[in-house]
Write a protein of this length. Structure first.
Length: 121
């Protein structure tokens, strides 16, 4: 991250007797340190964090919709106890939970059905 010099003790054998051998870098360790130093900029990335192509393809599956946990009758208020988020996102996204809470059921919603906009008021 801007360092110009790295100091690291080196040994050919970490099992040798002496004060620093156990904590020193052996040839394998030194190779790893040097490779990291040569490639750290690439490992740091470009600062942009985006979903991978595979993540984008699966986005709809991993997001959730709001579903009825029990049968809900006309006039019943929706609350946190009678709805839950489930996959996939098909109707009202679970991120809109706060907009659905305390709405009244306009048309009966059966247990395990997704909550649909036209069924609530």
């Amino acid at each position: 991250m801007g360092s110009k010099i790295i100091e690291k003790h080196f040994t050919l054998n970490k099992n040798w007797k002496g004060a620093d051998h156990e904590l020193s870098a052996d040839p394998k360790d030194m190779t790893m340190i040097c490779n990291f130093a040569k490639n750290y900029k690439e490992l740091m990335g470009n600062g942009v964090i985006e979903p991978s192509i595979d993540e984008k393809k699966m986005r709809k599956f991993f997001r959730k919709s709001l579903f009825a946990k029990k049968n809900m009758l006309v006039g019943e208020k929706i609350n946190i106890k009678n709805i839950e988020g489930r996959r996939p996102v098909t109707f009202i996204k679970s991120e809109y939970l706060s907009k659905v809470i305390n709405k009244k059921v306009k048309k009966k919603i059966d247990k395990d059905e997704p909550i649909k906009k036209h069924n609530i008021k």
